[in-house]
Design a protein around this ligand. Structure first.
Ligand SMILES: [Zn+2]
Length: 312
């Protein structure tokens, strides 16, 4: 926990965060559990200015606790962000932009939508906490017949690559990414971001997985040819995750997720799935805040640019 506690109930939440100052103080403790560290030079000595900023004793740079986080430059109170994070982490199947708009009383749907996307960016940190042990990996289409793999992403169908850690017969943690095609050039970066070298990676006989050995993985292949079982029976965990993902996209987001924003939704799904056994919803709030202060801010323009939406 890094010594930082978190609110367990909505009553805790109300009691802990009555004001902007209380939120700022908590954010500071989560960001610098060992004390202030200058984002510019790394020094730890600082003065507090009258406006609540830190002035680094070494390089004189002023920084606010929100600088360099997803909250940087926000015009809304931190308290509102905390409420948004509490809402998102306490909804069993995730919050929609419409739900968030209602809860926070935002005038605009766009604002709620942009907030959700910012928060989703904080949900998965590539290269951190990689899967290990035995991991199933396979690709699948979203919006098409699931068994038809190794193709390319099209206008109507997104191609996903999914990794699931084996936990006995069950599923441990997962990683999911959309890819334009199933070539080794697309699959290997996903594997390297998602899985610790030395792990056993279990795939079918697709050529795109051939470089796994040379990347430091132990490669276990199950060939489909001559095998009468379907791919979903050979790599059951991946396909169980995919059907849960499809159901979640349909129920929470009515399937209205565009290709260029798909990875944000995949990150939210992954975050929820990987914390599905966590009884304390407050812990999810805390994890999300912890990750939110670690990622760089995203300008709204970059969130929205891209092709027009396609439903999947
Ligand atoms: Zn400094």
């Amino acid at each position: 926990m890094g010594g930082v506690d978190y609110p367990r109930t909505v009553q805790d939440f109300e009691r802990w965060f009555p004001s902007e100052a209380a939120c700022a103080a908590y954010l500071q403790r989560v960001r610098w559990p060992e004390g202030f560290q200058c984002p510019a030079c790394g020094a730890s000595n600082a003065w507090r200015t009258a406006r609540g900023l830190f002035r680094c004793a070494a390089c004189q740079r002023q920084s606010s606790p929100t600088a360099g986080t997803i909250f940087e430059g926000t015009r809304k109170p931190l308290r509102t962000w905390f409420e948004a994070m509490w809402f998102v982490t306490n909804q069993k199947s995730g919050g929609s932009a419409l739900g968030l708009q209602r809860i926070l009383g935002f005038g605009s749907y766009q604002t709620a939508w942009a907030w959700l996307h910012k928060l989703r960016r904080a949900m998965v940190r590539p290269g951190r906490d990689r899967l290990s042990g035995r991991v199933e990996v396979d690709e699948t289409y979203l919006g098409g017949p699931e068994e038809d793999v190794h193709g390319r992403q099209t206008e109507s169908k997104a191609l996903l690559v999914v990794a699931t850690q084996e936990e006995g017969k069950g599923i441990g943690r997962i990683r999911v990414r959309s890819v334009p095609d199933a070539s080794a050039d697309r699959l290997m970066p996903f594997v390297e971001d998602s899985i610790e070298p030395g792990s056993v990676v279990h795939t079918d006989g697709w050529l795109g997985y051939e470089p796994l050995q040379s990347k430091g993985y132990r490669h276990q292949i199950t060939f489909l040819r001559g095998n009468r079982r379907s791919p979903s029976a050979l790599l059951p965990r991946v396909h169980r995750v995919v059907s849960l993902l499809k159901r979640w996209l349909m129920s929470t987001h009515q399937g209205a997720v565009s290709h260029e924003h798909l990875d944000y939704y995949l990150d939210e799904f992954t975050f929820r799935f990987n914390h599905r056994r966590s009884q304390a919803r407050g812990l999810l709030f805390y994890r999300l805040l912890q990750q939110a202060v670690e990622v760089a801010p995203v300008p709204y323009k970059r969130l929205v640019e891209g092709k027009p939406d396609h439903n999947i």
